[in-house]
Design a protein around this ligand. Structure first.
Ligand SMILES: Cc1cc2nc3c(=O)[nH]c(=O)nc-3n(C[C@H](O)[C@H](O)[C@H](O)COP(=O)(O)O)c2cc1C
Length: 190
């Protein structure tokens, strides 16, 4: 029997995809049913970290399900009770900004809106070079938003990238358990 169903939404922080896939696999191995979701950018951009097709196939191989990539596919998440928790890993500065301002124009922001509509938890696993710059106000607003939780963050390279924060991806499974109980894992900043 599966433990719970996790919507696992990936945004376009391509350099952290391998870390996200590692955690996606752990969650499947831990007995969760995982529904893969990718933003349009994540699902369609070829980068030096791999082709879009390879990335979509990897998510499908790990979860055994087709990746949801459009708002039409993610809109039913709330009303059809599809997930117990929605993980956004990696979450970009772009998606943080949209979430904090209520902009819904991607598969991932639609998934979040739909899931929050039924008062269920959304867990953000952020990776962005401007976390302590342009995204700081959005992180601040989301820290104070009901049913939004964060995977603990740390400065990954304070000297060369002083505004950058990356979540501790290894903590994702324990943060999922906490978020299912609507608890924020501490400390938020490591
Ligand atoms: C190679 C590459 C790496 C990127 N890495 C990041 C990143 O780590 N964090 C981030 O916030 N944006 C990153 N971006 C920019 C996002 O992909 C861009 O803002 C995009 O619009 C995000 O869309 P989404 O949030 O809907 O996925 C990267 C872009 C490219 C091409």
């Amino acid at each position: 029997m599966t433990k719970a169903t996790i919507g696992f939404a990936m945004c376009g922080s391509f350099c952290t995809f391998s870390k996200a896939f590692e955690q996606m696999r752990r969650l499947v191995e831990d007995g969760f049913d995982v529904i893969p979701i990718m933003s349009g950018n994540a699902a369609s951009t070829d980068t030096r970290f791999g082709s879009a097709e390879e990335m979509r196939k990897k998510a499908e191989e790990i979860t055994g399900r087709s990746v949801l990539t459009t708002s039409v596919e993610t809109e039913p998440i709330g009303p059809k009770d599809m997930c117990d928790v929605l993980v956004i890993a990696p979450c970009t500065g772009n998606t943080l900004a949209k979430l904090s301002l209520g902009v819904t124009d991607t598969s991932v922001t639609m998934a979040a809106k739909s899931h929050l509509r039924v008062q269920k938890p959304v867990l953000l696993c952020v990776a962005t070079n401007d976390a302590l710059g342009a995204s700081a106000q959005n992180i601040g607003r989301l820290l104070n938003t009901k049913n939004i939780f964060f995977v603990p963050l740390r400065q990954d390279d304070p000297i060369r990238k002083p505004n950058s924060l990356v979540a501790d991806f290894d903590k994702l499974p324990q943060c999922v358990e906490a978020a299912l109980e609507k608890k924020q894992t501490q400390p938020v900043f490591e």
